[in-house]
Design a protein around this ligand. Sequence first.
Ligand SMILES: [Zn+2]
Length: 113
Amino acid sequence: MHEYSVVQALLQQIDDIAKENDATRITKIVTKIGVMSGIETHLLEVAFNTFKEKTICDSAEFIINVQALTIRCRACQAVSELEKIHYCCQECASTDVEVIDGEEMFLMSLEME
Ligand SMILES: [Zn+2]
């Protein structure tokens, strides 16, 4: 399952950050999951709960913020959050757009002790 490798990478990243900060426990993890990242949020939670055992994240609260697909129009520079997946500017209907958010997963913040 894709989500398992995502969580393993995430836990590794968190472990590195914790070591840098001399933290012994993570209390809260906030992530942002793009709607087009290919990650199923409920599967991500299942994977997290499976892998957190015996890690520094064992008792951490796991927050998932779903990020809408966001585009910037090259014609009029408008930034739009798309409700439907059609890559088209909501201001001027141009299809010359670049995706600026909503396709990836990011670790947004950590709270640690
Ligand atoms: Zn536009």
